[in-house]
Design a protein around this ligand. Structure first.
Ligand code: HAM
Length: 410
């Protein structure tokens, strides 16, 4: 609805402003992709792919999906358009709708909107920190608070041995775990750490920690990320059981969590995904990114109620009589082309009702133009805040007259 869209516009405007400050360029990617793209990137045994994707067969029998997230599509476009030859590092963002067939609740929708940001071509720890600092700054500048939780998910060298250790740990407690965890212990063991059941979480308090099983390179990378966050003064906490719901992450993973939205507290999340571009048939290019949910940001802003209401009109043209109406109509067009926000009544309402309309549309000024005024070559300009009224001479040169009115009201 228009009221809510106002909030969205504030968020998107601020996001674009900040993304551009950090050197990102906008990319627009399609809503429909081959289903296989998401299966190969997000992971076959993730909730998104197993239960939540909107997939269908098109008229040629090809399996398509409505994108559940933006990263896979951005990488597909990056590879197909050979963006890797343009420069060594690409900074891209995209804003748009995503689709997941989840159980709808407060802050969780089946069509929702993300601002999704990706850096392709840098494996440096400073890049991870820069991306998190940008997400942090965006929240700060729109006036929201969240906790930044970070973790390292290791790499192809250290994760398999951790996974094996975790699997062993789970096996010993299998009968005490929920059905989902029992299933995941085979298909996707890391995901069990993210289980929402308190009972399962009790079992995992003594689970091995991934942070303690990182290889030397991953460990140094994580230390550098933390050090750089400290340097910038971005507050964070390390959460070793945060594993993310998408399989493509390596090393740094992070979430921005608020306690003000009930169960759906993640307002943004992301991480590093080295190896994903190669896996999709591109060159061996590392990547990192995050996405923020616009609805969740808008809900938080709405709860805070701190936003200025949208601006009203600069001017409302009140006309009385046929000749004045036509003259006013022409004047309105000229004022609009000069950048003035102006409206008038087309329904032949009385002067009183037109003034009411001017108030309703929060017009700063009203210009009263009647057939008599036209004859006397003088119109009344009313300041709607002070109630003061002055008479403005109606110049023969219509263009100049519009410009003079603009100067008076702006
Ligand atoms: P994600 O954690 O699945 O990550 O989603 C990111 C954000 O999208 C969430 O933190 C939340 O704010 C919002 N979101 C997700 N699902 C819903 C929903 N059903 N309703 C409302 N909001 C939702 C990704 O999508 C990754 N592609 C992020 C990324 C980019 N990682 C690297 N680059």
């Amino acid at each position: 609805m228009p009221d809510e869209v106002g909030l969205w516009q504030v968020i998107e405007r601020k996001a674009r402003d900040i993304f551009h400050r950090y050197g990102f360029e906008e990319i627009k990617v399609p809503i429909l992709e081959k289903t296989e793209l998401f299966v190969r990137t997000i992971g076959e045994s993730t909730d998104i792919v197993e239960k939540e994707m909107y997939t269908f067969k098109d008229r040629n029998g090809a399996s398509l999906a409505m994108r559940p997230e933006g990263t896979a599509s951005v990488i597909r476009a990056y590879i197909e358009n050979g963006l890797y030859v343009r420069g060594s590092v690409q900074r891209l963002y995209t804003i748009g709708p995503m689709f997941r067939h989840e159980r709808p609740q407060k802050g969780r929708l089946r069509q929702f909107h993300q601002m999704s940001v990706e850096v392709l071509g840098s494996d440096r720890a400073m890049t991870d920190t820069e991306v998190m600092a940008m997400a942090w700054q965006l929240l700060q500048e729109i006036g929201l608070e969240a906790n930044l939780e970070i973790n390292s998910l290791g790499c192809a060298a250290c994760r398999p041995s951790f996974k094996a250790k975790l699997q062993e740990f789970i096996k010993e407690r299998l009968e005490h775990l929920c059905e989902d965890c029992q299933r995941r212990s085979v298909t996707n063991p890391l995901r069990v750490l993210d289980c929402k059941s308190d009972h399962c979480q009790e079992q995992y308090t003594s689970a091995p920690s991934i942070i303690e099983h990182l290889c030397g390179v991953c460990s140094t990378h994580f230390d550098e990320v933390k050090e750089a966050l400290d340097l910038l003064g971005v507050p964070y906490s390390v959460n070793p059981s945060m594993v993310r719901g998408l399989d493509y992450y390596t090393r740094t993973a992070f979430e921005l969590i608020t306690t003000e939205l009930g169960a759906q507290g993640a307002i943004g999340a992301g991480g590093r995904y080295d190896g994903l571009v190669k896996q999709l048939g591109g060159p061996d290019v590392p990547g990192i990114g995050f996405a923020m949910g616009i609805e969740r940001l808008a809900m938080l802003l709405n709860q805070k109620n701190e936003l200025e209401s949208p601006p009203g009109l600069d001017l409302f043209l009140v006309t009385l009589g046929g000749a004045a109406y036509k003259k006013g109509f022409h004047l309105m067009q000229m004022l609009r082309s000069l950048g003035v926000r102006v409206m008038m009544d087309h329904e032949g309402r009385s002067m009183k009702n037109q003034m009411k309309q001017a108030n309703k549309q929060k017009a700063r000024f009203a210009l009263i133009l009647g057939d008599n005024e036209l004859k006397n070559r003088e119109v009344a300009l009313k300041d709607m805040l002070s109630g003061e009224q002055e008479f403005v001479e109606l110049a023969t040169d219509f263009q100049n007259w519009a410009a003079a009115i603009k100067t008076k009201i702006k």
